[in-house]
Structure formats: structure tokens, C-alpha cells
Design a protein around this ligand. Structure first.
Ligand code: ZN
Length: 136
């Protein structure tokens, strides 16, 4: 039995990199809990890594959209005041749709670039490039 599991493990590790990384993009969700008068996003950095955006940009966006001051502490985001989890996740979803997923092909293989003061989303999958609303 142990040998069999070992074989499975080895088989998995020998899969070409491509097979492992073509996982379908799933809309990320924040894990949130309230502590006193603060709202804590436990997996903030995890989500940031998943969507491959600058944490500062997402912080800026959420601060503005939620009209609440927030700061990053370690892997967490601490928001001043009590904000409902549903509300924060709706904002995250809106952020991902605008600033992560390509509107042409729907793929998340994109990056944000600034050209002459204008923010663009550039897609590595289909080559699309279009301006997106500034985050300030
Ligand atoms: Zn695209």
C-alpha cells in the first residue's frame, strides 16, 4: 500500500509543469473575521499572490471603495471598523473583473502597466491592451 502511494506521488511530481498550472481560474474569496472594532482579512496576501497584483493597488482600491482606512500587517489586512464579509468580497470580485481578468478573452494572464500616466491592462494570453479606470 505504501509503495502504491509512493508511486502515485512520484507520478504526480513527474507531470510536466504545464499540466499542473493550467488550472481553471477561480474567483478568490477573502476569509474575514471581526475582532473588536476591526475587520480582519486573514488571507489577504494569499489572494494577492493568486491574482498576481501589487498588494498596494488592492489596498488602495479597497480603502477607497469601502471608505474605511486599512493597512497590511504581515499576511493580513486590517480594516478599521466593522465591514460585512459579503461587502468586501463583492469589492474583491469587482476588482478582479476590472483589473485582473482580460475583458477580451477572460483569462487572468494579465498585468497592469502605466503608459504616460494612463493605467492599462495588458493580456499575455491574447495580446489585448486597453485602459482601465485609475486607482487613486
Ligand atoms: Zn486576453
Amino acid at each position: 500500500m505504501e509503495d502504491y502511494e509512493k508511486l502515485l506521488e512520484e507520478a504526480y511530481q513527474n507531470l510536466p509543469e504545464k499540466v499542473k498550472t493550467t488550472v481553471r481560474f477561480e474567483m478568490p474569496k477573502f476569509e474575514i473575521f471581526l475582532q473588536g472594532n476591526q475587520t480582519i482579512v486573514v488571507n489577504f496576501m494569499e489572494v494577492v499572490k493568486y491574482i498576481r497584483r501589487d498588494p498596494k493597488i488592492l489596498l488602495k482600491y479597497l480603502t477607497k471603495e469601502l471608505a474605511a482606512p486599512a493597512n497590511i500587517v504581515g499576511d493580513r489586512l486590517l480594516i478599521k471598523g466593522k465591514v460585512r464579509a459579503e461587502k468586501i468580497n463583492k469589492k474583491l470580485e469587482a476588482f478582479v473583473k476590472t483589473y485582473v481578468l482580460c475583458k477580451e478573452c477572460g483569462k487572468p494572464d494579465t498585468e497592469l502597466i502605466t503608459i504616460e500616466g494612463i493605467l492599462y491592462l495588458r493580456c499575455a494570453a491574447c495580446g489585448a491592451r486597453y485602459p482601465v479606470p485609475p486607482i487613486s
